[in-house]
Design a protein around this ligand. Structure first.
Ligand code: SF4
Length: 49
């Protein structure tokens, strides 16, 4: 797994702006063909409880 830099500090997998999940899934965000990063999203996100 490569290092994944992520600024979503409210995700439970995030530690010091780095992703600590064993794997992540990224999908298109409501479009059939993405042409910019805004059209993608991390599905592995889980809020801190
Ligand atoms: S699971 Fe996704 S949102 Fe959460 S820290 Fe990793 S890359 Fe960021």
């Amino acid at each position: 797994m490569p290092d994944i830099k992520c600024s979503v500090s409210e995700c439970k997998f995030n530690s010091e702006m780095s992703c600590g999940a064993p794997m992540i899934q990224v999908d298109r965000n409501g479009v059939s063909k993405a042409s910019q990063s805004l059209q993608t999203k991390c599905e592995t996100f889980k809020p801190r409880s």
